[in-house]
Design a protein around this ligand. Sequence first.
Ligand code: SF4
Ligand code: SF4
Length: 190
Amino acid sequence: MYAPAVNEAFLAEVSSLPGGERITQCIQCGSCSGSCPTAAWMDHSPRQIFALIRCGMRDEVLSSNTPWTCASCYTCYVRCPKEIKITDIMYALKRLSIREHKAKPETKPARVMAEVFEGLVNKHGRNSEFHLMRRLYGRPSAITKALRNAPSGMKLKRLGRLPFRQEKLSANGLMQMKQITDAVEKMGGL
Ligand code: SF4
Ligand code: SF4
């Protein structure tokens, strides 16, 4: 019977990341890839990413656009017969690729968006779509994109989907959130 090679080191590393605990249970059934709405744009489908992790292909995994193409829809997560936290693993792989500077240049827009989102949530405890867009498209390098997307933005504004008001947590709520993020940071999760 054919058994794929297993590189224990990278597999153990991903297993130790928050959300990665059950990755060794993957049976390569493909339910995740078959359910994924963005798989067509991924370098490797979610199932393939798990096979590559198993084979120890660290660079290929960390430089893949797959985690950055993941829309965090959680479809794979609820359909996986082995209850593997696939979406959480995608986040863990993003963090690793940022830390080790492995992410490809073309994934930069997704990374900038993640940074802007994180900055807003750290500061206010909540995201606000309007302020996210303002910071994302307010950069000089994003002017062309901003102009291209302006009509869609105007439509969303008219429909009340882009309120100017920045949502905020209370001071107490912010303090509690910081305690949570500090604890997660200690576990290697941020
Ligand atoms: S659905 Fe779960 S078990 Fe099946 S290939 Fe994807 S991660 Fe592996
Ligand atoms: S959470 Fe990500 S990987 Fe899973 S189905 Fe949705 S887009 Fe695909």
